[in-house]
Design a protein. Structure first.
Length: 237
């Protein structure tokens, strides 16, 4: 009888404890935050750039071999668009850019017969198509780039004596470019850039004899340019 009473009392106590536990407030663990997606350079982007350029224009007199040098410089600004594909830490991409070029210069020169005349050079635009290869360190990308370039160059000769007026010829120049820089994704979808580009353009024939009745010799013109610029791009994720 005593044993039965003890067992009954234990069962009653267990039931009471279970009922009390059921009355306690139910607590759930907060939901786990999903991990932030890893940053990737893969995607399309568009943007703009601004900077400055400097370089050298060589003019070769095709009659007597006299060579003249002039150093055009000026501001540059325009737009760009491209696409990157990331594989591990490597990034490959393509990019096109184009815009205004304010590179220009003028200088006096002495002709072969001792006269002092003036010549000038001026460009109005530059455009490029480039392939890019880079090394990504999370949201920082070190890259090199190269491809094709096109610009215009207006060359003007002005005699101080002889036929009156200035004689100008404008040509489209094509060539290649090579450079590199750093891209930095400083905020979601936004990328800043600093870069250097070197452009080399093929030689062009400028027929000044046809304009000046033989007063100026025909010229072979070649141009090389250097550009440092900053850019701001928007990346589509």
């Amino acid at each position: 009888m005593h044993q039965t009473t003890v067992i009954s009392a234990g069962l009653i106590g267990l039931a009471v404890a279970t009922a009390s536990a059921a009355d306690l407030p139910y607590r759930t663990l907060p939901p786990l935050e999903p991990p932030a997606p890893a940053f990737t350079w893969t995607g399309f982007y568009i943007g703009g750039y601004a900077g400055g350029s400097w370089g050298t224009l060589k003019s070769l007199n095709l009659v007597n071999g006299q060579q003249l040098l002039i150093d055009p410089s000026g501001a540059a600004a325009g737009g760009l668009a491209g696409y990157n594909l990331q594989f591990g830490a490597g990034v490959a991409g393509v990019e096109v850019d184009g815009g205004w070029s304010g590179a220009k210069a003028n200088s006096p020169f002495t002709t072969v017969n001792g006269a002092t005349d003036k010549w000038a050079t001026e460009s109005s635009y530059v455009a490029r198509g480039r392939g890019r290869l880079g090394y990504a360190m999370n949201n920082v990308l070190l890259f090199g780039a190269g491809g094709a370039s096109v610009t215009d160059d207006k060359v003007t000769f002005s005699p101080f004596a002889g036929p009156p007026g200035a004689f100008s010829i404008t040509k489209t120049l094509t060539g290649w470019n090579l450079g590199g820089g750093v891209d930095w994704s400083f905020a979601p979808n936004w990328i800043g850039r600093v870069e250097y580009i070197h452009d080399e353009y093929d030689k062009k024939f400028y027929g000044f004899n046809a304009l000046s009745a033989g007063f100026f010799a025909n010229k072979s013109i070649s141009v090389q340019a250097n550009t440092v610029r900053a850019g701001l791009m928007y990346k589509f994720w």
